[in-house]
Design a protein. Structure first.
Length: 166
């Protein structure tokens, strides 16, 4: 039980360390004050779109559930937590991120019935995948057995060769 709690705490710490320092991670959209109409021959400005969020929840065995293009961070986290918990594979860790951020998870075998799971984040799917796989394979217990489990971007885009469109 203590080992499971330590693993749970370690995974939460790793996920937070990866995703929190990303540029644009905590920026919120702000409406600019209205300005009086001006005569112009230029095309009208394109209105800013509402912020989008994605989230991934994963269990210690590498099982996961992910969402993208969700209107709020809280809604995205609640949805993945509920779906991951329904898998019945143990305590689920959930992370959410803004639309311009992508996240990936990779898992490797550390024993006959045990896996280790690492996450990675970046501004492109390939950056997130590279970080997740690199962190997983750097753990000597995985002995190079790590494989990419999933990649998701908050806005639903994928441009990586290993990622699949949702």
């Amino acid at each position: 039980m203590l080992l499971l709690r330590m693993l749970h705490t370690l995974l939460l710490t790793i996920v937070a360390a990866v995703l929190l320092p990303l540029p644009g991670f905590d920026l919120e959209a702000r409406a600019e004050p209205e300005q009086p109409p001006q005569l112009s021959i230029a095309p009208a400005p394109v209105p800013e779109k509402a912020p989008e969020f994605g989230a991934i929840a994963f269990a210690p065995d590498g099982s996961f559930f992910s969402v993208w293009k969700i209107g709020s961070r809280l809604e995205a986290e609640e949805k993945v937590r509920a779906e991951c918990a329904a898998l019945g594979r143990g305590a689920c860790e959930a992370v959410s991120f803004r639309g311009e951020v992508c996240a990936a998870i990779a898992s490797g075998r550390i024993a006959k019935e045990r896996k280790i799971t690492y996450s990675g984040g970046g501004l492109t799917p390939s950056d997130a995948e590279r970080l997740a796989l690199g962190r997983c394979n750097a753990d000597r217990r995985a002995r190079g057995t790590c494989q990419l489990r999933t990649t998701v971007c908050g806005d639903g885009r994928l441009d990586s060769t290993t990622a699949r469109a949702p």
